[in-house]
Ligand binder design. Structure first.
Ligand SMILES: Nc1ncnc2c1ncn2[C@@H]1O[C@H](COP(=O)(O)OP(=O)(O)OP(=O)(O)O)[C@@H](O)[C@H]1O
Ligand SMILES: [Mg+2]
Length: 349
């Protein structure tokens, strides 16, 4: 059936029964369409306590993870492949069972109150999991119906426009590009108006311009009160939008910290000195300084902690001049979140 922008098809009865037969969780959600949520006074929206996961293969993917996610924040979870990010998200979303520990969403336990917690959560999975023949519009309408939400074509229209998918609303999913399919998944995750949104690698395979549009969308969602937890391998993505950054490696949460505080605390600065004449080696007078000479011998790099009262720069420049080296230019660089991430993951194998 051709979708219209002003109508919203609810899944027909036989389709609904089929979905229910395949997924009891959806059935329970449908039987309880509008959960009555208690007054939300919890300081954190998601509270994870001592969470561990050992898969049936015997592999321990999560080791005693504890984390409080603040209401309305954007938290970026960083970690190399296989670190346990998707496992953590999947447990919170009720897709994977934890081996030990507990998780609450707005004070509700994800196991005993899963209908409530699931209705509050939107998930954009890492893998592209979409049908082929349905249209974008019908896919979103159907998803909303599964959560027992009344049709809201105006909300859907705004969502599709925000995702730059409005002109594709009547297109079949199989005719979309990979980046467009990922945006449909984001639409599916948002269509029931969740308060917590998990984005597992939301911009993998999305072009640079659309990635920035997506960052804008994530910021707007945060402004509207949605809490966002995202995983990403693009560190600049975390640098651009996250309020806090968590680093996971080998199933352990190495740290969770305010992004600015992290960069302030762990960020090193480098003084790069360009020489007028290339050197084959540094003069012995500079041996006691931990300096790096570039391969061409034209640049000397000094790494220092900018927060120390005594950075040593003044003294170093004097020693360089005394050694008879002539300077051409000087500038400083600040280490990025990426540098910090790489050194953290390397430091704690
Ligand atoms: N169903 C499963 N059965 C057994 N082991 C699994 C299963 N799912 C994940 N794992 C293992 O658990 C570990 C963590 O996987 P997970 O998918 O959580 O990592 P990730 O941090 O999301 O990695 P990526 O960045 O590649 O997405 C990996 O070693 C993975 O092989
Ligand atoms: Mg993953």
């Amino acid at each position: 059936m051709q979708a219209s922008p002003i109508t919203c098809t609810i899944p027909n009865l036989s389709t609904r029964l089929l979905v229910f037969a395949l997924n009891p969780l959806v059935l329970l959600n449908y039987l309880r369409p509008e959960p009555v949520l208690p007054e939300l006074t919890m300081p954190s929206i998601v509270s994870i306590a001592n969470l561990s996961k050992t898969y049936t293969s015997g592999y321990q993917a999560l080791k005693d993870v504890s984390l409080d996610i603040q209401r309305g924040e954007i938290l970026a979870l960083l970690g190399p492949n296989g670190a346990g990010k998707t496992t953590l998200i999947s447990i919170i979303c009720g897709i994977v069972n934890a081996t030990a520990g507990s998780v609450t969403v707005a004070g509700h336990d994800i196991v005993s109150d899963f209908r409530i917690t699931r209705s509050m959560i939107g998930l954009v999975p890492q893998e592209l999991t979409l049908g082929a023949f349905d249209t974008v519009w019908n896919t979103l309408c159907f998803s909303r119906g599964l959560f027992g939400k009344k049709p809201n074509p105006a909300y859907l229209e705004r969502l599709l426009k925000d995702l730059s998918l409005w002109d594709k609303k009547d297109s079949e999913l199989m005719s979309l590009s990979g980046g467009m399919k990922r945006r449909v998944l984001i639409g599916k995750a948002l269509v029931h108006e969740p308060t917590v949104l998990f984005l597992d690698e939301p911009t993998a395979g999305v072009d640079v311009e659309l990635r920035k549009d997506m960052w804008e969308l994530v910021r707007r969602l945060r402004e509207s009160g949605v809490t966002i937890i995202l995983t990403t391998h693009y560190i600049e993505e975390a640098e651009a939008i996250a309020d806090r950054v968590g680093v996971i490696n080998h199933g352990q949460l190495l740290l969770v910290e305010d992004k600015r505080a992290l960069m302030h605390k762990l960020g090193k600065r480098q003084l790069i000195i360009e020489l007028q004449t290339p050197l084959s080696a540094l003069p012995s007078a500079l041996d006691s300084w931990a300096l790096d000479l570039s391969a061409e011998g034209t640049h000397v790099t000094y790494t220092y902690d900018p927060h120390k009262t005594h950075t040593g720069i003044d003294e170093l420049l004097q020693v360089i001049r005394d050694a008879g080296l002539l300077l051409k230019d000087i500038h400083t660089t600040q280490s990025s979140l990426e540098d910090i991430f790489v050194s953290l993951v390397k430091a704690k194998p």
